[in-house]
Design a binder for this molecule. Structure first.
Ligand code: HEC
Length: 239
């Protein structure tokens, strides 16, 4: 009993020591801590809306199928076809590649925009959340923007109309130089929705897995209690 408890502690400790994703945060000391919530359906739907409007022209989601998205995010079939898929040649069972060819869809940027299905797993949710907040104007870059988390990033500040323009002050900190359509709080919330959606895309089963996890733990607790009682009864006979 004590040995298995120690083993469990050791596993939990290793998880903390070697977390999934990269905790490095570029020029920042640390990323803003954020853990995605994949149980809030409305947030995932809002995140999908942002993704379609601001990201899908460059980034694919090549491991997620349209019909899986439709089922999980409770999207009416006609909205899926008429407002999201749009192209009649794309089937509901196709992957969400948006017709992007990974090699040359963003060649005009001089860079390749990586597929985003698994990015929150590779980089970590906090990294992506902080990255999306940390764009600033930099006249030395070809597209006039840079990013504190990924220095020299070729991705333009596509969310500047929502967030407002940002620059660096002489201490190297981000300062807002114009207002966007959203207030700071609204923009934070929007980025949470977007990262929640990306975390869902990385593992569509996650919501179910986390819910099932509670039942599994509950089962073990009850099972252990029953076994303990049984053991007590048996030991009585042995004595
Ligand atoms: C105009 C094209 C374009 C749009 C639109 C765009 N991106 Fe990018 N994105 C890129 C390019 C190019 C890169 C690669 C940057 C690099 O490595 O220098 C990139 C990189 C990224 C990365 C970092 C990937 C990594 O791990 O290195 C993330 C995360 C990301 N984009 C998320 C988004 C999200 C979310 C949106 C929508 C809000 C979005 N992008 C919209 C072009 C785009």
């Amino acid at each position: 009993m004590i040995r298995s408890f120690t083993l469990l502690l050791l596993i939990a400790f290793c998880g903390k020591l070697f977390p999934a994703g990269d905790s490095e945060c570029g020029a920042l000391e640390s990323c803003i801590d954020y853990k995605a919530d994949v149980h809030d359906l409305f947030s995932l739907q809002r995140g999908l809306g942002l993704y379609m409007n601001y990201c899908s022209s460059c980034h694919s989601l090549e491991y997620l199928r349209w019909n899986r998205l439709q089922k999980d995010l409770d999207i009416p079939k006609n909205i899926l076809r008429e407002d999201l898929i749009l192209n009649p040649n794309i089937k509901n069972s196709d992957y969400m590649t948006f017709g992007l060819n990974s090699d040359d869809s963003t060649a005009w940027l001089g860079a390749y925009a990586p597929d985003l299905t698994l990015r929150t797993r590779v980089r970590g949710e906090s990294w992506v959340y902080t990255y999306l907040q940390s764009f600033y104007e930099d006249a030395s870059r070809p597209l006039g923007s840079n990013n504190l988390v990924l220095q020299g990033s070729s991705m333009p500040h596509v969310l500047s109309s929502l967030q407002g323009r940002q620059q660096l002050n002489n201490k190297g900190e981000l300062v807002k130089v114009s207002e966007g359509k959203l207030s700071e709080q609204e923009f934070d919330n929007a980025m949470q929705d977007l990262v929640n959606f990306l975390a869902y895309a990385a593992e569509p089963i996650r919501s179910e897995r986390e819910k099932n996890g509670i039942f599994v733990i509950l089962f073990f607790v009850i099972f252990t209690a029953v076994m303990w009682l049984l053991n007590r009864e048996y030991s009585k006979d042995i004595k």
